[in-house]
Design a protein around this ligand. Sequence first.
Ligand SMILES: *Cc1c(COP(=O)(O)O)cnc(C)c1O
Length: 448
Amino acid sequence: MEQIKYMLTEKEMPTSWYNVQADLPEPLPPILHPGTKEPTILPPFLFPASLNEQEFSKERWIEIPEELQQIYRMWRPTPFQRALRLERALGTPAKIFYKYEGTSPVGSHKLNTAVAQAYYNKKAGIKRLATETGAGQWGSALALGCQYMGLECKVFMVKVSYHQKPYRRIAMETWGAQVTPSPSTETQIGRSILEKDPDSPGSLGIAISEAVEAAAGRDDTSYALGSVLNHVLMHQTVIGQEIKKQLHMADAYPDIIVGCVGGGSNFGGAILPFIPDKLKGKKLRIIAVEPSACPSITKGVYAFDYGDVAGMAPIAKMHTLGHSFVPPGIHAGGLRYHGMSPIVSHLHRLGLIEAVAVPQVATFEAAVTFARSEGILPAPEPSHAIRVVIDEALKCKESGESKTIVLALSGHGHFDLGAYEEYLTGRLKDYEYPREKVEQALAELPKV
Ligand SMILES: *Cc1c(COP(=O)(O)O)cnc(C)c1O
């Protein structure tokens, strides 16, 4: 009988985060101030000094505080298992393993950083965190992270999602967050947008601006971001460290690791601990998967760009489609970001990782194949990675090679059943790559 589950005990959990900046053959480019365009740090009125320190640290290991380790133990270590039924359904000689972050209380990996960010803010005397959320995955994670740490949580939720997707909002409210549809009358930027367009459906860019304003306006309030930043990717490295131990238990080493990328945090979390192996010459392919409708790595440029739509956030060197680009309304809301984390972008430029883009319908086809073989109903975001895992496994079927493939399965799709229904009833469609809109947005990159 083949083994399916590789379970770690609490004692085997990582006690430090891994900071890839210690091992990069070339350092990351600096981030630049949006006004002066000079090298800068994250805005100190939005982030506590401890997180700013982590952002630029060159220490290889950063200890996870005991109090946080205790909270991680509520849902970690997470499962790592062999996808035997998927392998059989595909008829592939490949061995497929997946690391599943959907067992966290919020259903995704995002809680790993939410609780860490809440912890460091609390230590800095902050009483309240403000953030934005699109479909609600990050907002849910921060709501619970704040609840664990005894902080208040204020979430600006894109108005159209607030009304169309009430369940995530209700989950956030259940975990104690105060959720406001954005644009709102609570901020200057919100009021100015509503004056011009009282029926504005909102956007992630507007919600970010409102959350930043809410944090900047009060001494007791900080801002929190769910992806992209170096410290966020570092908090997620508990995932990859566990994968390494679990692979060891399985007496296996991957030929290929695959993860989806929105801002790059679940992917970074899973793959960064493998970068030292790769630098030592291990033969290992690391594949980042993005949506064809928002392909920042495969179709964007590697350039300095604003992190936000309003051009108020620091400027970072990253793969970008242009900060003013508004991605089409694909169901994988977590993958609709114009840029890519500086770390993932840098690794791609150094040739340490590859990227591919996949369209929406093929993604849901893969998700349904996965659900019908493994049982887990994946979120639309990691279904992008599942598509590529299945394609690689089918290549093995043709060549007869028995490769070992690891899938980073970042969360479940229980709040995305509307999207599944569209797919199952044949109404789901692919979006053309919006070439013209990207070209327009790329013309607006900051001059540095
Ligand atoms: C938010 C989210 C993503 C995309 O964000 P990354 O920072 O790229 O990981 C992927 N999967 C799930 C389940 C998410 O909630």
